[in-house]
Ligand binder design. Structure first.
Ligand SMILES: [Zn+2]
Ligand SMILES: [Zn+2]
Length: 343
C-alpha cells in the first residue's frame, strides 16, 4: 500500500509498505480522508519527542471497512466509519472508572513517543481496534468526518467547564480547536463569546463561527480590555486553546471572581502562573485532555449541522502531495487551517 512515511526528522516520503496486520478485535480501514494535525506538524522536527521515525503519522481520519478481525461481528466491508485517536486498554484503574482518555496504557494512532509505535492513517490502510470505531451517517462526508477528532476535543473541554445559560465566555486562541470551542460553548448556553487571537483573519473567522466579539491582544493588556467589555467584572469563564504563559495569563485575568478557566492548549511544558490572582479570586482551573466518549455526540452535532467544520477546511489534496503541504504548514504559511489528505 501507499503510505506517507516519516523516514527521519523533516523527511516525509511516499513509500510502498505492507498492509497492516489485524488482530481478532481489529478492523482494517481503507482510509479516505486524514487531516494534518498541528501535533503532526510540530512532531516533524523531533522537538516534541512524540513522532520518533520511522512512523506513519495521522490520527484524524475516516474511511470504509476493508476487513474485520475474527471477533468483530457488527461491521462489514464497505461500512463508512471514523475512529478515535486514543487506543485505551479497558483494564486499568482509569479505564475501569470510565476515564479512557486517562488510560495508563494509552496509545495514540500515528504516534511513537518511545515506549510504543502505532502507525497512523496517512496511508491507504490502517488497523484500528473495533472498540474505538464509530459508524458514519450518510450525510457526513469523509472530509467532514476527519474533523470529528478535533470536534471531540472542544466538546470534551466544554463538558468539563461549568457553563450556564446566558454566560459570557472568553475563548483564547482562534485556531482549529479554538474555533470549534467557540461553537461548542455557544451550544452549551454561552450568549456572549469573546474570541482572543493576535491574527485578524482568525478573529474574523471566529465571528463567523459564533463569537459575538473579538479582541486582538497585540493591542495591549488583553485581560483589562476584556474586563472593560464585561461590566468591569470579567467573564464567567474562559477556555484557553493555545497553551503558553501569556494566553493563560489572559484567560485567568479575563474571568470574574469565582470564574472558571479550562486549559485545553498544550504547548509549553511549564508556564508562569499568577497564583495570587487564582487563589484570592477563587478561580477554578481545569485541565482537559483529548476526549472521553464524546464521539457519538460529535457525530450527531455535525450531522445536524449544529457544529460547522466546512469553513475550517483549507485544502483537500492527494496523499502524494502530503510532503509539500506539511512543508507549507511547517513554515507557518498564513491563512491555512485544516489540510486533509486523501490516500
Ligand atoms: Zn490531532
Ligand atoms: Zn486503561
Amino acid at each position: 500500500m501507499n503510505a506517507l512515511l516519516l523516514k527521519e526528522y523533516l523527511n516525509l516520503e511516499l513509500v510502498d509498505m505492507p498492509k497492516p496486520e489485524i488482530g481478532p478485535h481489529d478492523v482494517l480501514v481503507r482510509v479516505r480522508a486524514c487531516g494534518i494535525c498541528g501535533s503532526d506538524v510540530h512532531g516533524l522536527d523531533g522537538k516534541t519527542g512524540r513522532r520518533i521515525p520511522p512512523l506513519v503519522m495521522g490520527h484524524e481520519a475516516a474511511g470504509e471497512v476493508a476487513e474485520t478481525g475474527s471477533d468483530v461481528r457488527d461491521l462489514r466491508p464497505g461500512d463508512r466509519v471514523t475512529f478515535d485517536s486514543t487506543v485505551y486498554c479497558g483494564r486499568c484503574f482509569h479505564c475501569l472508572r470510565g476515564e479512557a482518555n486517562l488510560c495508563d496504557n494509552r496509545e495514540v494512532l500515528g504516534v511513537s513517543p518511545g515506549p510504543y509505535r502505532r502507525h497512523g492513517a496517512f496511508a491507504e490502510y490502517v488497523s484500528v481496534p473495533r472498540r474505538i470505531m464509530y459508524r458514519l451517517p450518510d450525510n457526513l462526508s469523509y472530509e467532514q468526518a476527519a474533523l470529528i477528532e478535533a470536534v471531540s476535543v472542544a466538546v470534551h473541554a466544554v463538558g468539563l467547564t461549568p457553563v450556564h445559560l446566558g454566560d459570557t465566555a472568553v475563548v483564547v486562541g482562534a485556531g482549529m480547536i479554538g474555533l470549534l470551542t467557540i461553537q461548542a460553548v455557544k451550544l452549551a448556553g454561552a450568549t456572549r463569546i469573546i474570541a482572543v487571537d493576535p491574527d485578524e483573519s482568525r478573529l474574523e473567522l471566529a465571528l463567523k463561527m459564533g463569537a459575538t466579539a473579538k479582541h486582538n491582544p497585540t493591542a495591549g493588556d488583553a485581560a483589562a480590555a476584556i474586563r472593560e467589555m464585561t461590566e468591569g467584572r470579567g467573564a464567567d469563564l474562559a477556555l484557553e486553546c493555545v497553551g503558553a504563559s501569556d494566553p493563560i495569563r489572559t484567560a485567568i485575568g479575563a474571568v470574574r471572581k469565582g470564574g472558571a478557566v479550562t486549559l485545553v492548549g498544550n504547548v509549553a511544558p511549564e508556564i508562569n502562573l499568577p497564583l495570587q490572582s487564582v487563589v484570592t479570586r477563587q478561580i477554578r482551573l481545569q485541565g482537559s485532555c483529548a476526549s472521553n466518549g464524546e464521539y457519538p455526540a460529535c457525530i450527531a452535532l455535525l450531522s445536524a449541522g449544529a457544529i460547522q467544520v466546512g469553513p475550517l477546511i483549507s485544502a483537500v489534496a492527494p496523499l502524494a502531495d502530503g510532503p509539500s503541504w506539511f512543508d507549507r504548514l511547517y513554515r507557518h504559511e498564513p491563512n491555512l487551517m485544516k489540510v486533509i489528505l486523501r490516500p
